[in-house]
Design a protein around this ligand. Structure first.
Ligand SMILES: Nc1ncnc2c1ncn2[C@@H]1O[C@H](COP(=O)(O)OP(=O)(O)OP(=O)(O)O)[C@@H](O)[C@H]1O
Ligand SMILES: [Mg+2]
Length: 504
């Protein structure tokens, strides 16, 4: 957020809005330190604001919820910055702070100062509840990015940005800091798209080998024979087609790190050769009579279960122990929901910045769909979806209707959320389908015979029972529940309303 003193340079105007003269002059006293007096306009109410603003306009209003709500409507699309005036920032409670953030205010003016709103403590991962992040939904990602910084979730000193505030990602980064100081081989495991390569780069960049570039080989990308020559190189004439000498990647990685990606795709013969190279610390290019000493640190990655492959005799156990001195596992994204939140905002910002008219938010419903999805493709899948949503967006706000069908499908094989209490509760139901849950029709025959029943009412009860189950399974996302029931979203909403009324 800009500093008010910048207004002097670009000639913008600062509007102070308050009915009370005393408040206006208190605000003015603070501003006078940074803005020129003739750039400050005092207004009694919002109605007196001009209909058009400069690109850099500052509006300061006293802390009045109605005023602020009305003002925030003009903020996201125009480049207007809002500040709130309070007598004492210490008087603000959690609700006040959430309210301010939701309405695009993250700076306060009080007792002679302009001060950044202290919101971090409310959105700390430990107490990061649904109602809190909902408050950010129409908000740019800057706040969450700040949060990452404050939690050491983003690693910036190496130029690599790892976004996340989950306990898991923090512990991965702590481990990386230790691993980077050592020379031991590391095996990074995790599903596709979880960030294995990113973490490998981070380890390298933090290590003393960072002066030389990390060398990568995707073991899955080469047929057997070719992988060998790619790794160890060859001499001219070593085989048909070897017209010149070729330097192997091992050699290229001398005094640096060799990243062996998709190591599960490496065939047994290459494993044998590699094991020898790692043990002897020397290479012998194909067709060469000389060996060469090399100093390489190895980081490998795989999304395969190597232990299972060992039991099936398609991966060598001795080789496995060589490459897996330090194991580092990265959890799937669906098990670290707080990271989904951060990443949504990060990608919104990243791709939004490339657009002419940036997307400024994502609706609560759309947000919930993404939060409850299984993300088998992990961060890469989320990244690609966000890019598509931002590029195709027209309204500035990503809504539920913009999200492709497949993201609504219930995915029972996934575990429930682990970090957000409320989502955890929801996900218990997520794990089933309507059919599996079964609907109880519990009307005894005697009752029908003796006192009779109101069939219409009973049918309504059954209907509501089904709707409730669908709502639970969908984690409260109406669009998703409606789809499961073959209803229009609006019909479902009508039925829910009627149900609420009948309950009273
Ligand atoms: N925590 C994160 N913060 C920001 N970007 C991330 C994060 N994790 C992953 N990414 C991004 O997601 C994409 C996939 O990451 P990466 O290639 O490291 O995954 P991978 O585990 O190696 O996947 P694969 O198994 O498919 O090779 C990359 O664009 C990467 O920058
Ligand atoms: Mg990879």
């Amino acid at each position: 957020m800009g500093n008010i003193s910048q207004t002097e340079k670009n000639g913008s105007v600062v509007y102070i809005i308050s009915q009370q003269e005393s408040i206006r002059s208190a605000i003015k006293r603070v501003l006078i330190k940074t803005a020129e007096e003739n750039k400050i306009a005092e207004l009694k109410d919002i109605k007196s604001l001009p209909s058009h603003f400069n690109s850099d306009t500052y509006i300061i209003t006293e802390y009045d919820r109605t005023h602020i709500a009305a003002l925030s409507k003009i903020t996201p699309k125009r480049n207007v910055k809002l500040y709130a005036y309070v007598n004492d920032a210490g008087d603000l409670n959690e609700r006040d702070i959430i309210f301010l953030i939701k309405h695009n205010i993250d700076h306060l003016i009080h007792s002679g100062n302009i001060e950044k709103l202290n919101y971090e403590k409310f959105i700390d991962a430990k107490i990061f509840k649904k109602k809190h992040y909902n408050a950010f939904i129409d908000r740019a990602s800057t706040l969450l990015e700040d949060l990452c910084h404050n939690n050491d979730g983003i690693v910036t000193d190496t130029g690599i940005k790892i976004y996340g505030i989950s306990k898991h990602i923090k512990s991965v980064i702590e481990k990386v800091n230790k691993i980077a100081q050592s020379e031991s081989s590391v095996l990074i495991t995790g599903e596709s798209g979880t960030g294995k390569e990113l973490i490998a780069r981070l380890i390298h960049n933090k290590s003393k080998r960072a002066l030389n570039p990390m060398v990568s080989v995707n073991c899955g990308a080469f047929p057997e024979g070719l992988l060998e020559s790619e790794l160890f190189g060859y001499k001219k004439g070593a085989f048909t087609g070897a017209f010149t000498d070729k330097q192997g990647r091992f050699d290229l990685a001398d005094k640096s790190t060799l990243f062996l990606d998709e190591i599960g795709d490496m065939g047994l013969p290459v494993q044998v050769k590699l094991l020898r190279v790692i043990q002897e610390k020397e290479i012998e290019p194909i067709g060469s009579l000389k060996t060469k000493k090399i100093d390489v640190r190895i980081i490998s990655a795989t999304n395969k279960n190597l232990e299972k492959m060992i039991s099936e005799n398609i991966f060598r156990e001795d080789f496995y122990y060589r490459i897996n001195v330090i194991p580092l596992h990265i959890q799937p994204l669906r098990q670290r929901k707080t990271d989904i939140i951060i990443l949504i905002y990060y990608f919104l910002k990243k791709f939004g910045a490339l657009q002419d008219s940036p997307v400024y938010g994502i609706s609560e419903d759309a947000f919930n769909v993404l939060l409850n999805y299984g993300w088998t493709g992990n961060v890469r899948e989320l990244e690609n979806l966000m890019e598509m949503l931002v590029v195709l967006n027209e309204s500035g706000l990503i809504a539920e209707k913009d999200i492709p069908e497949k993201y609504f499908k219930n995915n029972s094989k996934y575990e429930p959320a682990v970090e957000i209490a409320e989502t955890k509760h929801k996900s218990k139901h997520d794990a089933g389908s309507i059919k599996e849950n079964g609907i109880n029709i519990n009307i005894d025959a005697d009752k029908i015979k003796n006192s009779g029943i109101d069939l219409k009412k009973e049918m309504e009860k059954i209907e509501m029972d089904i709707i409730n189950k669908a709502m639970n399974i969908s984690g409260g996302v109406k669009e998703k529940a409606a789809k499961m029931l073959g209803l229009n979203r609006t019909t479902l909403i009508e039925k829910l309303k009627r149900y609420e009324k009948n309950k009273k």
